[in-house]
Design a protein around this ligand. Structure first.
Ligand code: FRU
Length: 501
């Protein structure tokens, strides 16, 4: 008996330190304030909506492996767009196919008739991708279907009349983004159809009629068009319609990226103000970005923080993929041309409290902020302004000598993120590169915000006119920070905040 108790105590003693150790060690590369699933594969954010104080994020999810596979809709919820709680899987593949990307609307008027006992239906409109039909090469393996929820997104019922929009013979026929068009009391579906966008309308989400097409001769066409979005923003008292079109490959720094058009929409046709290609984000890791529905005048964008070029190889385990920070969208006109701006949602401020501020810093020698920052985690937000700026480089580094740099190049008037020496890069030959983005603003003062998580950096320049998002995989926390300038610049103001999720 005594022997048994001793044995038990010994076993317990052995278990405790192990358990403590396991708790202390965070998983390598795990984002701390960007959503990533506990395990397995994630790609596009889907069906995002806001209802009764909760933000819902669904996402392309494969729960059986860390590579892309038969798609489900995973689900996560948040009160503040920063901290996310993973929920049970919302939609599973069925006899009609895998559940590809799409959107969700809160059908307040119960146009769909799915509402019951006064419960407002949330309706998901998604692409069914049928792998059997794909094998038969009919070209008709993608079609649009519905599911509805009467408990605010917890549980879902697929519509018995699926599909609601059959395939007319277009191989890439997917990613429906639906919104209510109040002037004509109808739903508008913006659908990616190979190399263009096709608009459909419906009174009840079930019967769809073709309205028009846009884009065969506009914008970038280096890849297939996917995951579109359409919404208005009021700019200088006028309504401007924004059409987002994700494209893969063919982005400004190669691979997957999001472009957008500004113009007019009359319930039938989208007319672009200009045919110039404009990019939502010049980094390489913001794809399939679309907005939340039911958020009133706010347009909140979120993308998949990854790139199809290497998404199946990034060195994380047991999950693969994450989403970007949520961003508030607006418009700004520079020299007669209007652009979309994105800035991190203000909800992030509550997590970025402690830190320090400096004014009028002349950068004659590199400025090492590591001691002042006293930030072992390397999670931070840095806001700075500089007048008539020459070149400057912000260096995030760790004890292993990995370096991720973000900065401005005066000669070419471009911002950059350079991840060539940022840590693990060998899993794909194009990963370790420097990415460039044009400075769009003409302001004499440069304004930058940099937001760093464990394995990502997001740059918002000039009030969100130029944005870059890149992931990277350092050997340990990037807890050292310095700013250098070969030409010598003066930072008018600098604010450093530790992000404490
Ligand atoms: C974009 C995309 C979508 C498609 C989904 C499949 O990343 O290719 O067009 O619906 O991913 O997972």
């Amino acid at each position: 008996m005594k022997k048994n108790i001793l044995k038990l105590l010994l076993m317990l003693a052995m278990l405790v330190p192990l358990h403590v150790k396991a708790q202390q060690k965070p998983e390598k590369y795990r984002p701390q304030f960007h959503f990533s699933p506990k395990a397995h594969w994630i790609n596009d954010p889907n069906g995002m909506f806001f209802l009764n104080g909760t933000y819902h994020l669904f996402f392309q999810y494969y729960p059986d492996a860390m590579v892309w596979g038969p798609m489900h809709w995973g689900h996560a919820t948040s009160k503040d767009l920063i901290g996310w709680e993973e929920q049970p899987i919302a939609l599973f593949p069925d006899s009609l196919g895998y559940i590809f990307s799409g959107s969700a609307v809160v059908d307040v008027n119960n146009t769909s008739g799915f509402g019951k006992d006064g419960k407002v239906p949330v309706v998901a409109i998604f692409t069914h991708h049928n792998p059997k039909l794909e094998e038969q090469k009919t070209g008709k393996h993608q079609y649009q279907s519905l599911a509805f929820s009467l408990d605010e997104g917890k549980t879902w019922t697929k519509y018995s009349g699926n599909p609601v929009l059959p395939n007319p013979g277009i191989t890439d026929f997917r990613d429906p983004k639906v919104r209510w068009y109040a002037p004509q009391k109808k739903w508008i579906m913006t659908l990616a159809t190979k190399d263009r966008i096709t608009f459909y309308s419906s009174p009840d989400l079930k019967a769809w009629s073709l309205e028009s097409e846009f884009g065969a001769d506009a914008g970038a066409h280096g890849g297939v068009w996917e995951c579109p979005d359409l919404f208005p923003i009021t700019h200088n008292g006028k309504q401007v319609w924004v059409l987002i079109v994700n494209i893969n490959p063919g982005g400004p720094n190669e691979g997957s990226a999001g472009q957008y058009f500004l113009g007019d929409f009359d319930g039938k046709t989208f007319t672009a103000q200009s045919k110039k290609t404009k990019w939502l984000d010049f980094g390489v890791d913001n794809y399939a970005a679309v907005t939340f529905s039911n958020t009133g005048d706010r347009n909140i964008l979120m993308g998949w923080m990854n790139n199809w070029q290497y998404a199946n190889q990034v060195p994380t385990d047991p999950w693969r993929g994450a989403v970007t920070l949520a961003r508030d969208l607006d418009l700004k006109t520079v020299d007669g041309e209007t652009y979309l701006t994105s800035l991190p949602v203000k909800e992030l401020d509550a997590f970025a409290k402690s830190g320090f501020a400096l004014k009028n810093v002349k950068l004659t020698a590199p400025l090492d902020l590591t001691e002042k920052a006293k930030n072992k985690t390397g999670l931070f937000r840095l806001d700075l302004t500089a007048k008539d700026a020459g070149d400057f480089t912000i260096v995030l580094a760790n004890k292993e000598g990995n370096e991720l740099t973000v900065g401005y190049e005066k000669s070419s008037n471009q911002y950059f993120i350079d991840r060539t020496k940022s840590g693990e890069t060998g899993f794909e030959k194009g990963f370790g590169q420097k990415h460039m983005a044009p400075r769009i603003s003409r302001d004499g003062q440069i304004a930058l915000s940099i937001i760093a998580d464990v394995a990502s950096v997001e740059l918002f320049a000039d009030g969100g006119l130029t944005v870059m998002t890149d992931v990277f995989f350092p050997a340990s926390e990037m807890s050292s920070l310095r700013i250098k300038s070969t030409s010598g610049i003066t930072l008018d103001a600098l604010k450093y905040s530790v992000i404490n999720p």
